[in-house]
Design a protein around this ligand. Structure first.
Ligand code: GTP
Length: 352
């Protein structure tokens, strides 16, 4: 199952792959042209880069150190560009490549890395250009140099502004896509994403992880008696009451309608069932205020735990869901975990 939106890393991996294929194509072309022009050093550098790009293409999809791979590629890549400008026989048009530096840096390294690497290599590029072509002190050369420096800085500025607003918009988009807009809780997509992460932590550290699925009892009656708006308020009320009883590391989410889930990292089945039961009592002691009076809310819940009840989100949800329906069938306002019913036989003094 594909979880979540495409991340920054995936996006940068794609850009890097495009750059590597461009290097292979352009490097092969320029290497053969420069062999024809007998520029042996430059041709050798370009041929080396074709092989270097091909070797990075082999690892780019599986490396966990993408940022370092990018730096290891970009530093010699840009250095070769600068070197190309110093070689005798190089035409002034090679400077066009310097203007790609900020775009490549910001797309691959983000704001901070992009800024520093652009600054260093644009400065080196402009210096190399001025060293090579600025020997004749004509006004035309000065104008060329000024144009080259200013246009590169302008591209750097635009790339910076673009990357900053892209990062902001992406963060906002991810927040919207992972939030339930009625209650402000996490939604199913967020649950899937966090569960994947917590599942690997739990398996690595040999720690438990449990899931509660809960469904409000007789919710339709609230809608029918007090209207849809009151139903919406009831869902927000439940979200706020349950959130106030949970820890920051627990994840409460609304799956849809009047169905919710709580992911509990570090909790074994029994602890999760106790907590679900506690949430049930907590909610029943905080009735919803309606214009005409108060309405007590209850829910039925099923609990499942990683390992015993399955390894994937789907398996855990299916088991917890089945147990939740057992709780409904057994009379509602209760919790079921592995065939165990809560409240246990002794009556709950707080509810009587
Ligand atoms: N106000 C409001 N109602 C919703 C929303 N989503 C689903 N519902 C309503 O929730 C009700 C769910 O009804 P049922 O599935 O019969 O469940 P129930 O009445 O809680 O009964 P049990 O689950 O069997 O205890 C339906 O009337 C839906 O229209 C929502 O976002 N806002």
């Amino acid at each position: 199952m594909k979880v979540g939106l495409e991340t920054d890393q995936q996006h940068r991996r794609l850009v890097l792959k495009a750059l590597l294929w461009m290097t292979v194509a352009a490097g092969s072309l320029f290497a053969s042209l420069n062999i024809g022009r007998e520029l042996w050093l430059l041709a050798a550098g370009e041929a080396f880069f074709v092989l270097f790009a091909l070797s990075i293409l082999r690892i780019v999809d599986r490396t966990e150190h993408l940022k370092w791979v990018m730096i290891a590629y970009l530093v010699p890549f840009f250095s070769l560009m600068v070197l190309a400008m110093l070689l005798p026989g190089t035409s002034s048009t090679v400077f066009a490549w310097i203007q790609t530096i900020p775009i490549i840096c910001y797309l691959l390294l983000g704001l901070r890395g992009g800024f520093w690497m652009s600054l260093v290599f644009i400065s080196l590029g402009v210096s190399a250009f001025s060293y090579h072509f600025g020997a004749q002190e004509s006004l035309l050369t000065m104008m060329m140099l000024a144009n080259v420096a200013i246009s590169s800085m302008a591209i750097m500025l635009f790339s910076h502004i673009y990357e900053r607003s892209r990062i902001k918009n992406e963060a906002r988009l991810i927040e919207l896509a992972s939030t339930d807009n009625l209650t402000g809780l996490a939604n199913r997509m967020k649950l899937a994403e966090v569960l994947e992460r917590e599942r690997s932590h739990a398996m690595r550290d040999n720690k438990p992880l449990s899931l509660i699925m809960l469904d409000v009892d007789y919710f339709k009656r609230i809608n029918d008696q007090f209207g849809h708006e009151a139903g919406d308020r009831a869902l927000r009320h439940l979200a706020s009451v349950l959130s106030s009883r949970l820890r920051e590391t627990d994840l409460l989410c609304r799956l849809g309608g009047e169905e919710f889930a709580v992911l509990l990292p570090g909790a074994a089945l029994e602890q999760a069932a106790d907590l679900a039961n506690d949430l049930r009592r907590h909610l029943s002691k905080r009735p919803l205020e309606l214009g005409s009076g108060q309405q007590t809310m209850t829910f039925s819940a099923g609990v499942a735990t990683l390992g015993e009840d399955g390894q994937s989100l789907d398996q855990l949800m299916q088991t917890a869901d089945r147990r939740m329906y057992e709780a409904k069938a057994a009379g509602r306002d209760q919790v079921v975990a592995a065939g165990q019913q809560y409240p246990l036989k002794a009556p709950d003094p707080l509810l009587s």
